[in-house]
Design a protein around this ligand. Structure first.
Ligand SMILES: [Zn+2]
Length: 348
C-alpha cells in the first residue's frame, strides 16, 4: 500500500510503498477513505509534544471501510463504515471501568500519534474494539473529523454542563471550536465566540453563534460586560489555552462560573485562590473524549443537527502541501485529506 511516512522530525513526509498491515484475530483492517489533519499533526512533524518512534504513519482522524476482519471479530463485517476511537486504553483500571477511558493511566498508544500507525495511508489496522460504526448519512470527510474534533468538542460541552439559557464564551473556532459552538447551541446556550480575524468571525457566524467577536479589533472583556449587563458569563470554554485567554476567561466569568480548559500551550497561569474561593469558580480540564462522546457526536451529525466543519480537501499524496496550508493558520474549520478509491484487493 501507499503511505506518507514521517522519517525525520522537521522534514516533509515521504510518499512510499510500504507493507499493508495484516490483521490479528481481534483486529480489523480498514481501507482509509478520508483523514483529517490539525495542529497535533503539525506538532508531530516537528517532534514537539509527542515523539513517536520513526518511521511513523501519522493521521489521527481516519474514516474508512472495513476491508478484512480477524477470525475472532464478531461485531464488524467487510464493508462496514467505521471511524477509530484513538485512545488504546487498558479496559481494566478504575477509570476505564467508570467509562472514563481517555484518562486511563495506562494509555500508552494513541492512533496516528504514538505507537499505532494512523490514517495517512491506504490502510490501517486496529483492534475491533477501537472501531466505531458510523451512519451511512455521514460523508467520509465529515466522519473523519469526528475522531478528534467532534469527540473532543462533544466531551468538552458535556464536561462544561452547559444548560438551557446559559451564556457561554468559546475561545477559538478552529476544528474543535467549530463543533463546540454548535453543540453548545444545541444544549440551549447563548454562545459568544471569540476569534482573531474577520474571516474566522464570519465563519463562526455561519455556524450559528449568537455573537462573534474579533479579539484583534475589539476589547473582548468590555464587549462581554456589555452583552451580559455587567453580570459575566456562566461558562468559558477555552480551546486556545494561552495565558491571555485563561486570564480573560476567568475575568469574564460570573460568580459561580466555570472555566473549561480544552486547548493548551506551554503557557501557565497563576490563579488567585481568594478569587476562585470567594466567587465559587470552577476549573474543569477536559481531554479528547470517551467512546460514547464519539458515538453521540456522530448521531448529531447524521441527524443534521450540526453542520459540516470541513472546508478544504487535498489528496493524501499532497499531504505536505496540506500541512503548509494548515500552517498558514487560515484554514476555516477542518482540512481533510482524501484517499482515492482503491481496488478492493489488499495485496501488497
Ligand atoms: Zn484503564
Amino acid at each position: 500500500m501507499k503511505a506518507a511516512l514521517l522519517r525525520a522530525f522537521g522534514a516533509p513526509l515521504t510518499w512510499e510503498e510500504v507493507q499493508t498491515p495484516v490483521p490479528g484475530p481481534n483486529d480489523v483492517l480498514i481501507q482509509v477513505m478520508a483523514c483529517g489533519t490539525d495542529g497535533t499533526d503539525l506538532k508531530l512533524l516537528e517532534g514537539f509534544g509527542y515523539r513517536p518512534e520513526l518511521p511513523f504513519i501519522m493521521g489521527h482522524e481516519p474514516a474508512g471501510l472495513v476491508a478484512q476482519v480477524g477470525d475472532s471479530v464478531r461485531d464488524f463485517q467487510v464493508g462496514d463504515r467505521v471511524i477509530s476511537y484513538n485512545f488504546f486504553h487498558c479496559g481494566r483500571c478504575h477509570n476505564c471501568r467508570r467509562g472514563r477511558e481517555q484518562i486511563c493511566p495506562h494509555l500508552d498508544r494513541i492512533l496516528g500519534v504514538r505507537g499505532v500507525p494512523g490514517g495517512y495511508a491506504d490502510y490501517l489496522c486496529i483492534p475491533a474494539r477501537q472501531a466505531v460504526p458510523i451512519p451511512s448519512e455521514i460523508p467520509w470527510e465529515d466522519a473523519a473529523v469526528l475522531c478528534d474534533a467532534g469527540c473532543t468538542a462533544f466531551h468538552a460541552v458535556d464536561r462544561a454542563r452547559v444548560k438551557l439559557g446559559e451564556t457561554v464564551v468559546i475561545f477559538g473556532v478552529g476544528g474543535v471550536g467549530s463543533f463546540a459552538v454548535q453543540f453548545a447551541k444545541l444544549a440551549g446556550a447563548r454562545v459568544i465566540a471569540i476569534e482573531q480575524s474577520a474571516n474566522k468571525v464570519h465563519w463562526a457566524e455561519s455556524l450559528g453563534v449568537d455573537v462573534a467577536l474579533d479579539a484583534s479589533v475589539v476589547d473582548v472583556s468590555k464587549e462581554i460586560q456589555h452583552l451580559t449587563n455587567d453580570w459575566g458569563v456562566d461558562c468559558v470554554i477555552d480551546i486556545v489555552g494561552r495565558e491571555e485567554t485563561l486570564t480573560l476567561g476567568v475575568n469574564v466569568l460570573c460568580n459561580g462560573g466555570r472555566l473549561v480548559i480544552v486547548g493548551y500551550t506551554p503557557d501557565s497561569y497563576s490563579l488567585s485562590g481568594k478569587h476562585f474561593a470567594q466567587n465559587e469558580l470552577e476549573v474543569i480540564g477536559t481531554r479528547c473524549g470517551r467512546r460514547r462522546d464519539l458515538d453521540q457526536a456522530a448521531q448529531l451529525l447524521a441527524q443534521g443537527k450540526v453542520r459540516s466543519i470541513v472546508t478544504e480537501r487535498y489528496p493524501l499524496k499532497d499531504v505536505n502541501a496540506a500541512h503548509q496550508r494548515l500552517q498558514s493558520g487560515e484554514v476555516l474549520g477542518r482540512l481533510v485529506l482524501d484517499i482515492p478509491q482503491q481496488p478492493s484487493s489488499t495485496a501488497s
